[in-house]
Design a protein around this ligand. Structure first.
Ligand code: P1T
Length: 360
C-alpha cells in the first residue's frame, strides 16, 4: 500500500539539490500517487489534487483574469455557483448560466471574452445531461477550453477527456473516496500548459490535501469500480419504485427513457449512476416529513458514499442560489435528492415507504 509521507519538508544534498521533493505544499509522494491514479482513470496525463472540490474549482478559475467571461451550465452544485457569484465576481470574472441541453445555444451564448466553458453532467441536483462531445466541438472551434465536473458520473461511467473536454474536475469527497471521511478535490487534464499553470496555482494558493486524506482516497479508489456497479444496480431498483409511486410527481434520472437527456446519457455514459432526484407531491412540510421519517437514508448533504443520503436541495445544498434561479431550474419545495448507497435495496425501498407514510 502507498506509504503516507507526512513530512512537510525534505532534506537537500545542498541548496537547491533536492531529490524530487522539497516542500510538501509543492509536492508530496502520497499526493503524487493519488494524482497519478486519478489521472490514469480519467485518461489524463496530469492530475492536480486539492483540499476540496471547491478548491479544485477555484484553482481552475484562477487561471482566468479580470474581464474574462465563463459560460456555465445552469445546473451546478450550489457551492460552485457561490464561487462565481460571491467570490470571483468581486475580482471582475463574469459568468453567465445557460441550459446547455441544446449545444447550439452554447455557441450563441459565447462572447468575445469567453475564456472557459464549465458544466456538470449529470448535473447537481436536477440530473440534467449535456452532450460533452457536441459541446466540446463548439468550444474547440472557438479555441475555448471546456471543463467538465465529473463528480456525479466518475471515470467508471463517463470519461469527458475522451469526448473532447480539456479539463475534468472532481470533488473526491464523493464517489472517488466513497466513504464520507475525506473532503478533497482534483483536476485532470492532458493539456501540458494548463497542467503547468494548475500546478503553479496549487503551490502558490496552497489549497492542498493532506497526505493522510490522499491515502484514504487512494484506498477508496480500489473499490470504485465495484461500488459504482452496485450504486447503479440499486439506483435502478429505487427509481422503479419511485416512478410507480402515487406520491411522486416526477423522477429525474438519466436512466429513465422519459428523461430528456436519456439518449445522450446512453451514448456518453456506460451507466446512469447512483444519483436520483424526485418531486414529492405536496408542500415543504411533506418533504420535511419524508426526510425526518427516514432511518436508513441519512438526511445529510454530500453524496457518493457507501451509505445512502437524502437531502432537500432548496434548503440544503442549493440554498446559495437566488430563489428565482432555483425556481427556474425546478428546485422546488418538493424536490428531494437521493444518493443511493450500498445497503440492501429492499431495506432502502422499505425506508422510503416509511417516508411516504409520514408525508401523506
Ligand atoms: O464539497 P467539495 O469537496 O468542496 O466539492 C464541491 C462540489 C463540486 N462539484 C460537485 C458536483 C459537487 O456535488 C460538490 C459538492 N456537493 C455537495 C456537497 C452536495 O451535497 O451536493
Amino acid at each position: 500500500m502507498e506509504p503516507i509521507v507526512l513530512s512537510t519538508t525534505f532534506a537537500q544534498d545542498g541548496p537547491g539539490a533536492h531529490k524530487g521533493y522539497d516542500y510538501s505544499r509543492a509536492g508530496n509522494p502520497t499526493r503524487g500517487a493519488l494524482e497519478r491514479c486519478i489521472a490514469s482513470l480519467e485518461g489524463a496525463t496530469d492530475g492536480i489534487a486539492f483540499g476540496s472540490g471547491c478548491a479544485a474549482t477555484t484553482a481552475v478559475l484562477l487561471m482566468l483574469k479580470s474581464g474574462d467571461h465563463v459560460l456555465v451550465g445552469d445546473d451546478v452544485y450550489g457551492g460552485t455557483f457561490r464561487i462565481f457569484d460571491k467570490v470571483l465576481a468581486q475580482f471582475g470574472l463574469e459568468a453567465s448560466f445557460i441550459d446547455m441541453s441544446n449545444p447550439a445555444r452554447v455557441d450563441e451564448a459565447m462572447r468575445p471574452n469567453t475564456r472557459l466553458v464549465w458544466l456538470e453532467t449529470p448535473s447537481n441536483p436536477m440530473l440534467k445531461v449535456f452532450d460533452i462531445a457536441a459541446i466540446a466541438a463548439v468550444t474547440a472551434a472557438r479555441g475555448v477550453p471546456l471543463a467538465v465536473d465529473n463528480t456525479f458520473a466518475t471515470p467508471m461511467l463517463q470519461r469527458p477527456l475522451a469526448l473532447g473536454a480539456t479539463l475534468v474536475v472532481h470533488s473526491t469527497t464523493k464517489y472517488l473516496n466513497g466513504h464520507s471521511d475525506v473532503v478533497g478535490g482534483a483536476v485532470l487534464t492532458s493539456d501540458a500548459a494548463i497542467a503547468e499553470r494548475l500546478r503553479f496555482l496549487q503551490k502558490s494558493v496552497g489549497g492542498v490535501p493532506s497526505p493522510f486524506d490522499c491515502y484514504l482516497v487512494l484506498r477508496g479508489l480500489k473499490t470504485l469500480a465495484i461500488r459504482m456497479k452496485r450504486h447503479v444496480e440499486t439506483a435502478r431498483i429505487v427509481v422503479d419504485h419511485l416512478a410507480r409511486h402515487p406520491q411522486v410527481t416526477r423522477v429525474h434520472y438519466p436512466g429513465l427513457k422519459s428523461h430528456p437527456g436519456h439518449d445522450v446519457a446512453a451514448r456518453q455514459m456506460s451507466a446512469p449512476g447512483g444519483m436520483i432526484s424526485f418531486e414529492l407531491n405536496g408542500a415543504l412540510e411533506q418533504a420535511a416529513a419524508f426526510l425526518r421519517a427516514l432511518r436508513i437514508f441519512a438526511c445529510a448533504e454530500s453524496l457518493g458514499g457507501v451509505e445512502s443520503l437524502a437531502e432537500h436541495p432548496a434548503i440544503m445544498t442549493h440554498a446559495s442560489l437566488p430563489p428565482e434561479a432555483r425556481r427556474a431550474l425546478g428546485i422546488g419545495d418538493g424536490l428531494i435528492r437521493l444518493s443511493v448507497g450500498l445497503e440492501d435495496p429492499a431495506d432502502l425501498v422499505a425506508d422510503m415507504a416509511r417516508g411516504f407514510d409520514e408525508a401523506r
